[in-house]
Design a protein around this ligand. Sequence first.
Ligand code: K1U
Ligand code: ZN
Length: 171
Amino acid sequence: MIRPILIHPDPRLKKLCDPVAEITAEVRQLAADMLETMYDAPGIGLAAPQVGVTKRVIVMDCIKEGTPEPMALVNPEIIWSSEDQTVYEEGCLSIPDIYNDITRPAEVKVRWTDLDGKQQERQFAGIWATCVQHEIDHLDGKLFIDYLGPLKRQMITRKMEKLKRERARAV
Ligand code: K1U
Ligand code: ZN
């Protein structure tokens, strides 16, 4: 099921999400719905708070062409970050049509629980590293615009408020 994506500003996007205690059918369904929502948007990642669920679940697939590589990560944690930094022009499905260069560690090692309840670890590089950091930030109530200066952030927030007013009027 495709779930509606929350648009900034929304208090649910600012919350610290709760760890998942157990992999249940509900968690598996949430991950499946999030992947469907992400592919439909389209996007390369999605975090549970973006669909209004304040649980530590993210999904990603950064393969743009070729065989898809869907991933669902429960309780993801960054356990190592490279000294090397990289700049990527990030977007966010909760901040439509806004893109900005963001600097982050070029590589990260992440530990998470998969949908079978098994612990996994993997080192991410390139767009996968940028995306996993962007998604884990969502679980901590942080958006990519929080890395920008206050004036730019305020300008974007006002644009999004206007977009939300227009969308509300259109229904
Ligand atoms: O979390 C999100 O809001 C999803 C976001 C993930 C992301 C994008 C870029 C850098 C870091 C994290 C998106 O997927 S925005 C849409 C996007 O990047 C895209 C859409 C279609 C094709 C390719 C990329
Ligand atoms: Zn985002």
